[in-house]
Design a protein around this ligand. Structure first.
Ligand code: BT5
Length: 277
């Protein structure tokens, strides 16, 4: 049975433009869909056609929402905040800066969601999670939002999916949560504007720092909000034996550094599980 619409949290172009205005955001007009296959796919097309930086594509529902590595992102209509942003990093920036683009999006999403009164943390690379063990003693982090960054020429499209109004039964995995389940009601258009405001501030600092996560101060801020660093982790690399060790750092390229019997290993992509011991 399809989920009902969410009139308490309209995700229409007028509601979004009002929210942009109330947050002082001067952005290109967003493209807003009731249903689309994937906001990332649409933003990639718009990026190829020359759409400017901070063009935003928003949908109430995706019929083929994508995660990393061909996985899916599932959200019933009216429940999530699903959007993609076109960024145009300076081609003169060092290659290392590209790795930080999705991490910056995660930091911004975490801070915007965290403004709704509970502690969000970051699980490398860029899952926004609730630290369940610290929050209510239940095991494992609960995933609130996911991020998918994809390059198209000089542009990077960053897609963000945030669980806003889902009941537990509407989430595809038990280790997921929503703002509503954590006790926070929220208007999706306002949350979108909050995300873009925080993200824009971080992006400006990154830009002024020449795309350097260290000199912009972003790396140290990300590390402080990381739930992964200092933990024993298993990293599945998509083939072969997983790495098991302690997550000790995120380097200047945004890669995870794991310390184990193998010495220090640097991982640029993989799935992390936080281990208890
Ligand atoms: C992600 O991938 O977490 C990136 C998700 C990005 C989604 C946004 S929505 C707007 C934009 N347009 C798109 O098409 N995509 C982006 P990954 O780390 O691979 O996690 C995917 C896994 O998360 C799935 O295999 C499920 O296990 C789980 N999952 C799927 N839907 C979820 C949800 N709503 N909440 C929590 N977990 C979910």
């Amino acid at each position: 049975m399809p989920a009902p619409a969410n009139p308490a949290s309209p995700l229409t172009a007028p509601a979004i433009i009002n929210a942009f205005t109330s947050h002082g955001l001067e952005l290109p007009a967003p493209t807003v869909f009731d249903t689309i296959a994937s906001t990332n796919d649409e933003a990639l097309v718009q990026a190829s056609a020359g759409a400017p930086e901070w063009t935003v594509v928003v949908a109430d529902r995706q019929s083929a929402g994508r995660g990393r590595l061909s996985r899916s992102w599932e959200t019933p209509a009216g429940r999530g905040l699903l959007f993609s942003v076109i960024l145009r990093p300076n081609p003169a920036w060092p290659a290392a800066s590209l790795g930080w683009i999705p991490l910056i999006a995660g930091l911004a999403t975490s801070r915007a969601c965290g403004a709704h009164d509970f502690a969000c943390r970051l699980k490398w690379p860029n899952d926004v999670v609730i630290d369940a063990a610290a929050y209510d003693g239940s095991p494992g982090p609960r995933k609130l939002a996911g991020i998918l960054a994809e390059r198209r020429g000089d542009a990077v499209v960053v897609g963000v999916g945030i669980n806003v109004a889902h009941a537990q039964a509407e989430l595809p995995i038990p280790a997921a949560t929503s703002l509503a389940l954590e006790g926070s009601g929220c208007d999706r258009a306002q949350l979108l504007a909050q995300c873009l405001q925080v993200w824009g501030e971080l992006w400006n600092r990154f830009r002024l720092g020449g795309g350097d996560a260290d000199s912009s101060g972003i790396r140290s801020e990300y590390l402080a909000e990381s739930l992964t660093i200092g933990r024993r982790v298993r990293v599945d690399l998509g083939g072969g034996a997983p790495l098991v060790g302690e997550a000790v750092d995120i380097d200047h390229e945004g890669r995870l550094v794991v310390d184990g019997p193998f010495g220090l290993r640097t991982v640029s992509a993989g799935d992390v599980t936080h281990l208890r011991h």
